[in-house]
Design a protein around this ligand. Structure first.
Ligand code: ZN
Length: 470
């Protein structure tokens, strides 16, 4: 467009008949990018956690889906070819694009997060460059204008509990809250007034209506009733195959991640596949799949269908007795000195409050899975009011076979409101066959000032044959 044309179009845009009653008009979205659902995940192949539901949304409800991967998966394993590191990231980006394309999803973006192998969301956020990636995600929300965002559950649960998964859920929540606010990343929303504007982006702020999550926890039953449930075994009327089958076919490009399974699945007959998916020990997804309700900017019941206008009405599910929204241990603000479980648990407590997510599931007793024989670090946060005693005694107890290796004893607290400590315990080595049926061990950390208890908390630890580092 030349300068004259810009002048002419500016005249056309000049307000006519602007009355006080006139509704605020929003520029139409670019239909090439407009999404009904924006999936925000961490790694190439994470989309597989939601594809059985997305298949239904795409094929039956004609919903438009776009996907954001926060990392390119360069720190993952490669079980198919030689490449690692940045070369693996190049491969995994293409695997993810091919997997999405199998379900007709072509709007796929990658942020600049670095694949970070730990269970601590704060490690991932630090290593990713939290701010720059949040800005990039807000931009994608403003471009795609999704009605619904779906992401990984921000929270700590026994299971894979990948810090990157949780970090993508943190970013998705923050972007949900910020994208509609013109003051958040304002240069994105500022109007470009000249041709070849290199700085201001002229985007429209956009508030998605709802946000849902799915989890990498090993026990998915605990989330029953926390959001709408979708059958993965139901046969897609348009595709004439079960939703799990569509999702399985879409996962096949991820050869670097599970080549053995992909080759084995390709050799199975339809009957064998059906049998495998009916076996809860071998199925890739649980039946039904629950999408955990985060929050909404429109009136909605947590268990209602994601798109109630086009979906069959969901029935209110029975409430799970295990599902909990129980608060994690809180710092006792009345005590002059108090002690509680530190980050990432402490962070999540503040996060749920700051983002108004009271519905988000929380483990009734804080929990984590670690490799048997490893050192278990228990973060402790101590608060001390001005003038309160400085000397605190920290003690840890654990079942027989465990040994406290660091962090117990008397401490002189500094002149600061909060102090972070770390208690370390050596977990027992357990033979692999005994780990399979093992229940959690309770590690209890308590604090006392003189003879007075100032708090204690329990961390349930499941010892496993393998787990990400804490
Ligand atoms: Zn992942």
């Amino acid at each position: 467009m030349n300068r004259l044309a810009i002048f002419a179009s500016a005249l056309l845009l000049a307000p006519v008949n602007v009355g006080a009653q006139e509704a605020k008009t929003v520029p139409a979205p670019d239909e090439r990018f407009k999404a009904d659902i924006l999936l925000v995940v961490a790694h190439p192949d994470d989309e597989g956690g939601a594809t059985p539901y997305l298949a239904r949304a795409i094929y039956e409800e004609h919903k438009r889906v776009a996907v954001v991967f926060a990392t390119r998966g360069g720190s993952g394993g490669n079980d198919y070819s030689r490449e690692h590191g940045p070369a693996l990231a190049d491969i995994r980006e293409q695997e993810a694009r091919q997997a999405c394309a199998r379900m007709g999803i072509t709007n796929v973006w990658f942020l600049d997060g670095k694949d970070t192998a730990s269970q601590n969301v704060l490690n991932s956020l630090a290593n990713w460059g939290h701010g720059a990636n949040l800005e990039a995600l807000v931009r994608i929300v403003r471009l795609t204008r999704p009605e619904v965002i779906i992401s990984w559950l921000p929270g700590v649960f026994i299971g894979e509990n990948h810090g990157d998964h949780q970090a993508s859920g943190v970013l998705a929540t923050e972007a949900f809250d910020l994208a509609g606010d013109p003051v958040a990343f304002p240069a994105q929303a500022a109007g470009a007034s000249k041709r070849l504007e290199p700085y201001l982006e002229d985007m429209t702020p956009w508030q998605p209506k709802k946000i849902y999550f799915f989890a990498d926890a090993s026990d998915e039953k605990q989330f029953v009733g926390k959001g709408p449930a979708y059958s993965i075994r139901e046969v897609s009327p348009s595709q004439k195959k079960p939703y799990w089958r569509i999702a399985l076919e879409a996962a096949k490009p991820h050869l670097t991640q599970f080549p053995t399974e992909i080759h084995r699945l390709s050799s199975l007959s339809d009957e064998q596949l059906e049998k495998m998916m009916s076996d809860p020990d071998h199925a890739w997804w649980s039946e039904p799949m629950t999408l955990i309700f985060g929050k909404a900017t429109v009136p909605v019941q947590p268990w209602e269908a994601i798109f109630p206008d086009v979906e069959a009405r969901q029935k209110e599910p029975p409430r799970s007795t295990e599902a909990a929204s129980a608060p994690a241990p809180v710092l006792d603000s009345l005590q002059p000195v108090s002690l509680a479980l530190g980050d990432p648990w402490h962070f999540y407590e503040a996060f749920r409050h700051a983002h108004n997510l009271p519905n988000l599931p929380v483990a009734p007793i804080p929990e984590i899975a670690v490799k048997a024989g490893s050192i278990v670090g228990v973060p402790v946060i101590i608060t001390r009011k001005p003038g309160a005693p400085r000397e605190i005694t920290v003690k840890a107890t654990a079942p027989s076979g465990w040994k406290v290796s660091r962090g117990e004893g008397k401490f002189l607290l500094p002149d600061e409101e909060t102090t972070d400590l770390r208690v370390e315990l050596q977990s027992p080595e357990i033979p692999a066959n005994e780990l399979k049926k093992r229940k959690t061990d309770s590690v209890v950390v308590s604090g006392s000032v003189g003879r007075k208890s100032v708090g204690e908390f329990t961390l349930r630890v499941l010892l496993c044959s393998s787990a990400l580092p804490q």
